[in-house]
Design a protein around this ligand. Sequence first.
Ligand code: ZN
Length: 157
Amino acid sequence: MAVLPVLIYPDPILRQQSVAVTLFDDALDTLIQDMLATMHAHKGVGLAAPQVGILQQVIVMEFEGKKMALINPEIIPMKGTTVEEEGCLSLPDTRVIIERADKIIVKAQNKKGQVIQIREKGYFSRIIQHETDHLKGILIIDKAPLEHVFPQADHTL
Ligand code: ZN
């Protein structure tokens, strides 16, 4: 396992579309392991492949003991929304208040290429939505009006 460098905004790779994974091989397994190691090293709860410079539809999450890797995820939002603050490993010192779907259905593949469909809610659902946005080049700063984007550090006018 290797800890990979995380790309930081405004790296242009973060704005590109990721392609669907078609090869479910050892290289994909290694990428997943490396992404999990990188996420842990940075104390994150999720990571998308483009954040480590790989434009493939791979995301990993780990939150409150639940660990998951999803390939080619597709999100179907269900009823209800929640509003919470989010950060991003590619946007250090930035927090954004974002409204997202609470309950979602996710269609995806696992690392063996098997098609899976899962239901998620709450913060884990939010993490999956955040990471899936990365696969489309969407960042948290796109999701909120500017007055909801603020640095953690004190700022003066
Ligand atoms: Zn992020």
